[in-house]
Design a protein around this ligand. Structure first.
Ligand code: TYM
Length: 316
């Protein structure tokens, strides 16, 4: 029996989908699709914490689904679905988990603490975000959850919550493991900090050649060392260290030439992904059909699990 893999991405706008999402998460899903029983979804209920425009939401959902396909997820191997297509069982489980989760425990979540510093009017949805995510993971009996390092704490919340439920109501949920790659768990952005939409330091996954050049030329360099570290750190996503050693020795001190080399490598890497993505944008029915089939498959699975957890707590 194959182990179960589960992961998702929030549809908050594909212009915001960047190399960090790809190398931290999506590439793992693609690389593992043959060896795991894989479920990959569009986390639209999570996106509702920030996206409050219906048209925008519909577009964002489509874009993430198209991005999954463009990056090489094969719907014959992976169940691709959108979270809201199984919202009933997932939110029911979230409510049950809410009833065994304390407020101080959720107050310790990094995402909540960061949001609360910026805005004291944090929504209940944002506060409860880790528990909705625990439900996504546990309802599938996921063994592994491939994510970037920023999601580690959320997977720990899922583990704690599964253990608590199992203690109270008996063995029901599998304890999941986060899968975070050492090299790409934190993909750096153009300023050396973690690549993140909120820092404005991203390189978009489907960027045009011109956008790539502009982003790369904007990489923050400092001339203290003998190589531009922020350029090198992004370059390392695409080439081996041996290749880079030669290239960076050849162009020692010539930051412009090194940036041009990186821009070219990124353009070559992104071009086929972008072309596939644009082709899917022109053929939306193909994408919607994948999501519909995914919903049918996943519904059967989560409804069976729903019966099990409702029985465990005495609701069936
Ligand atoms: P999201 O949509 O913010 O990000 C999607 C994935 O991209 C990873 N990531 C990065 N990895 C490395 N370096 C970076 N700079 C970088 N930036 C983003 C994230 O770690 C993530 O893996 N809460 C999740 C979505 C979610 C989910 C789930 C994930 C909802 N339910 C269940 C797994 C399982 C999120 O907001 O990811």
């Amino acid at each position: 029996m194959k182990k179960v893999l589960l992961s998702g991405i929030k549809p908050t706008g594909t212009s915001g989908l960047h190399l960090g999402n790809y190398f931290g998460a999506i590439k793992q899903f693609v690389d593992m699709q043959d060896s795991y029983d894989s479920y990959v979804f569009v986390a639209d209920l999570h996106a509702l914490t920030t996206v409050h425009d219906a048209e925008q939401m519909r577009k964002n959902i489509f874009d993430i689904a198209a991005a999954y396909l463009a990056c090489g997820l094969d719907p014959k191997k992976v169940v691709l679905f959108k979270q809201s297509d199984v919202a009933g069982p997932i939110t029911e489980l979230t409510w049950i988990f809410n009833c065994i989760t304390t407020v101080p425990y959720l107050e310790r979540a990094h995402a909540y603490k960061d949001a609360n510093v910026k805005d004291h009017e944090v929504s209940v949805g944002l506060f409860d975000y880790p528990i909705l995510m625990a439900s996504d993971i546990l309802i599938q009996d996921a063994d592994v959850v491939p994510v970037g390092a920023d999601q580690k704490q959320h997977v720990e919340y899922a583990r704690d919550t599964a253990q608590k439920f199992n203690r109270i109501w008996g063995e029901t949920f599998t304890i999941p493991e986060p899968l975070i790659l050492e090299d790409t768990g934190v993909v750096p952005g153009t300023d050396g900090r973690k690549m993140s939409k909120s820092y404005g330091n991203t390189i978009s996954l489907f960027a045009t050649d011109e956008e790539i050049t502009k982003a790369v030329m904007g990489i923050v360099t400092d001339s203290s060392g003998n190589r531009p570290e922020n350029v090198y750190a992004i370059h390392k996503l695409l080439r081996t260290e041996a290749e880079l050693e030669l290239l960076y020795a050849e162009h020692a001190g010539k930051y412009k030439a090194l940036k041009e080399a990186l821009a070219k490598d990124l353009q070559d890497f992104i071009r086929p992904l972008r072309e596939k993505y644009l082709a899917l944008q022109a053929n939306p029915e193909e994408v919607y059909a994948v999501l519909r089939r995914g919903a049918e498959t996943v519904r059967v699975k989560v409804e069976a699990k729903q019966m099990q957890f409702k029985k465990a707590v005495g609701l069936e």
